[in-house]
Design a protein around this ligand. Structure first.
Ligand code: COA
Length: 259
């Protein structure tokens, strides 16, 4: 597939998917969403790719939300049809490798919801965050009411969703919405350094770890603890576990193969 709306590149085991509509502040239209799903499928099975960075082109926006042009004239039925099938938010959340949102500007609406579906969120100090759907007479529909609430708690989520107000990166860090923030000029290098460190780990252990942590918000405590035990024991079937333990005992750096 030749992509029109995204850029995809992989170097040194780290892939970067860039939403490439800077003139539209990287707003997500249907074509872009289709390309994201296609790219995720191609990366899922690629052994060359161990960590995914998701970002937006240009220096103004990560993603300014759903493409509002596509809402015009939609009825509940046509909107429902457009939301049927696999959705990018779930696809990112269920992607079996770590996904890092590199948030380089406006992170709004569906853009914030996509960032919420990622595993880590790192922002430039000039990034702005919000769920401004209420200003259009609608509500978040890409998981914002659920994932934001789980991440920052009901009080803060309610405030952001009811007011539509934007917050800056420092506030986002304070409420736990982003893991860290950096000066804009440093963001790319800092994110790539983190991605490279994670890419050295066992891909199998990363996958199990992601699934186990996600279980915490999907299951009750007993079910989640049981799932953790199962996934923990499953890692014992991998060559990577044998290599990791052997390397520790031999006082050397492990070389994980993803097997
Ligand atoms: N959908 C469609 N187009 C969008 C868009 C969106 N979510 N966000 C920005 N754009 C477009 C603008 O319409 C404009 O297009 P034009 O040049 O053809 O007129 C272009 O991107 C630049 O936007 P502009 O508003 O001029 O840029 P800005 O830097 O002054 O402001 C934002 C940036 C993100 C604050 C502002 O564009 C905005 O509020 N966007 C809507 C955010 C939103 O409500 N998202 C939730 C959607 S459910």
């Amino acid at each position: 597939m030749v992509y029109q709306n995204i850029l995809l590149e992989t170097t040194a085991r780290v892939s970067t998917l860039t939403i490439n509509r800077p003139d539209k502040r990287n707003a997500l239209n249907q074509a872009t969403r289709d390309e994201i799903l296609h790219a995720l499928d191609s990366l899922q099975t690629s052994a060359d790719s161990r960590v995914l960075i998701l970002t937006g082109a240009g220096d103004k926006a990560f993603i300014a939300g759903a493409d509002i042009n596509e809402f015009e004239g939609r009825t509940p039925f046509t909107q429902r049809d457009s939301m049927k099938g696999r959705r990018i938010f779930d696809a990112v959340e269920e992607f079996p490798k770590p996904v890092i949102a590199m948030i380089n500007g406006f992170c709004l609406g569906g853009g914030m919801e996509l960032a919420l579906a990622c595993d880590l969120r790192l922002a430039s100090d000039n990034a702005k965050f919000g769920q401004p759907e209420i200003n259009l007479g609608i509500i978040p529909g890409g998981g914002g009411t659920q994932r934001l609430t789980r991440l920052v708690g009901e009080g803060k989520a309610m405030e952001l969703i009811l007011t539509g107000d934007l917050i800056d990166a420092a506030q986002a860090k304070q409420i736990g919405l982003v893991n860290d923030m950096f000066p804009a000029a440093e963001l790319r290098d800092r994110v790539h350094a983190l991605a490279a460190r994670i890419a050295e780990k066992s891909p199998i252990a990363l996958r199990m770890a992601k699934e186990a942590v996600k279980a915490a918000s999907r299951m009750n405590l007993r079910e989640g603890l049981n799932r953790e035990t199962d996934l923990f024991c499953l890692t014992f079937s991998s060559d990577d576990k044998a290599e990791g333990v052997r390397a520790f005992l031999e006082k050397r750096k492990p070389e994980f193969k993803g097997r």
